[in-house]
Design a protein around this ligand. Structure first.
Ligand code: ATP
Ligand code: MG
Length: 405
């Protein structure tokens, strides 16, 4: 078995890094996601490199070859090489000496199989020689990859006890690459240890959840997590039919050729409740941007406004997400098309215009401006002369109501 040839293997930046790390003529090896993805025929995103050289030696060699070396994870033995603007993570072979479910203490090693053994799934523990493209498979990763089976290396329960994040990784990798049922032993172990997820940092959990929700179709995996109590410790608020909610959203995304978005998908599985969403976002330490988006989506869910009205109120992207969450079939198509290349307009009337029309500066100006805006939005953003007509009408009303003492 060989890694299929691909242009990235001949990238001069990559070749320079490989050359700098040769030991007795032997190049370092490509490992993990890059090997797996290349074998599956999908685009390789990041290239991780494994080497028996210790990190100091890696740094020394890179610098001697005039390649920038950044000690990104020196405790774990990772040095990032930056060559011609491209980055490569270079990790020294290692073994875990002790683990507590949250972090591992590691020791450097020189044995490839030992390094493979501390990785999570067999499909993530494949190595490749970057020059001969020979594959090294110590735990039947190739067979699992062909079967689209996500299986732990060794005993699932023990591997999850070492690192609880692997529970979430199981569902993510199954959602991404798996076919058929989730490995029964792995699922049972995940379910047994689910409550331990609470001990992990919120950021790590949220990051995994974001990655899970970003895969093409996470719906069945999310439902399986729900059915096996995986969310109970960190997202008990998740709706009971999350799998269906996601499946429906994904169908609409696919039908309208709109890229997945973790935020939109998260919104689909959270209760429609702004206060509740605020609470979840702060507990899960979500970014401010994501929190604001989720709250705005929750605030406008189920509203009958048009996509343009929504876009005016909360921006085009949130409006598009809401349309996908709330509308189906014809309405979905129509509403999406209506904002597709639509520039959100600005109210063509300003406070100064109202003063020029006879209103006295003060609260009445802001109030009237709001009334004008409401009417203008309700009439679907008419241009002149209608905007001025609305303004004149509202100013007249304000004056009549004696709002201009
Ligand atoms: P992705 O495309 O999602 O980045 P990846 O396989 O590169 O997939 P990473 O999370 O980037 O996944 O990790 C790189 C490699 O490190 C994995 O392929 C796996 O071998 C190993 N690894 C990562 N996290 C763990 C973990 N929690 N336990 C054991 N091994 C892990
Ligand atoms: Mg990766």
């Amino acid at each position: 078995m060989q890694l299929p040839d691909a242009p990235w293997l001949h990238d001069p930046a990559f070749e320079r890094v490989v050359d700098a790390l040769r030991v007795d003529g032997q190049p370092p090896r490509i490992v993990g996601g890059a090997v797996r993805d290349a074998l599956l025929g999908i685009a390789v995103a990041d290239v991780d490199i494994a080497t028996p050289l210790v990190p100091d030696e890696v740094t020394r060699r890179l610098e001697a070859a005039r390649i920038k070396a950044v000690p990104t994870g020196i405790d774990h033995g990772t040095v990032t090489a930056v060559a011609d603007g491209r980055t490569f993570e270079i990790t020294t072979l290692r073994r875990d000496v002790s683990t507590d479910g949250r972090r591992a203490t590691v020791e450097f090693a020189t044995d490839w199989k030992e390094d493979a053994a501390r990785r999570d799934f067999t499909i993530n523990a494949l190595y490749a020689d970057p020059e001969s493209r020979e594959i090294f498979d110590y735990f039947d990763g190739l067979a699992d990859l062909a079967a689209h089976h996500i299986g732990f290396i060794g005993d699932a329960e023990a591997r999850i006890a070492e690192d609880h994040l692997r529970i979430l990784r199981l569902f993510r990798f199954h959602a991404r690459f798996g076919k058929g049922a989730i490995d029964a032993e792995a699922l049972a172990a995940a379910s047994t240890h689910a409550s331990k997820l609470m001990a992990l940092s919120r950021e790590r959990i949220s990051d995994e959840l974001r990655k899970l929700l970003s895969v093409a179709n996470p719906a069945p995996a999310v439902q399986a997590m729900l059915d096996n109590g995986i969310f109970a410790s960190f997202l008990p608020e998740i709706v009971a039919d999350a799998g269906n909610k996601l499946a429906m959203l994904i169908e609409r995304e696919t039908a309208s050729a709109i890229k997945p978005s973790a935020g939109r998908r998260l919104s689909a599985i959270l209760p429609v409740d702004t206060a509740g969403v605020e609470k979840i976002a702060s507990r899960m330490k979500l970014s401010n941007r994501l929190r604001t988006d989720l709250v705005q989506l929750a605030a406008h869910r189920g509203s009958i406004q048009s996509a343009r009205q929504l876009a005016y109120a909360i921006g085009t992207e949130n409006a598009r997400d809401l349309v996908l969450l709330d509308f189906d079939d014809n309405r979905l198509r129509q509403e999406l098309a209506s904002i597709e290349s639509w520039q959100v307009p600005q109210l063509p009337v300003k406070g100064g215009d109202l003063i020029a029309k006879g209103l006295r500066a003060g609260p009445v100006v802001a109030k009237t401006l709001q009334a004008i805006e409401r009417q203008w939005v309700a009439e679907a953003f008419p241009e002149e002369p209608r905007a001025t007509e609305i303004a004149d009408q509202m100013v007249a009303e304000a004056l009549r109501e004696g709002g201009n003492p």
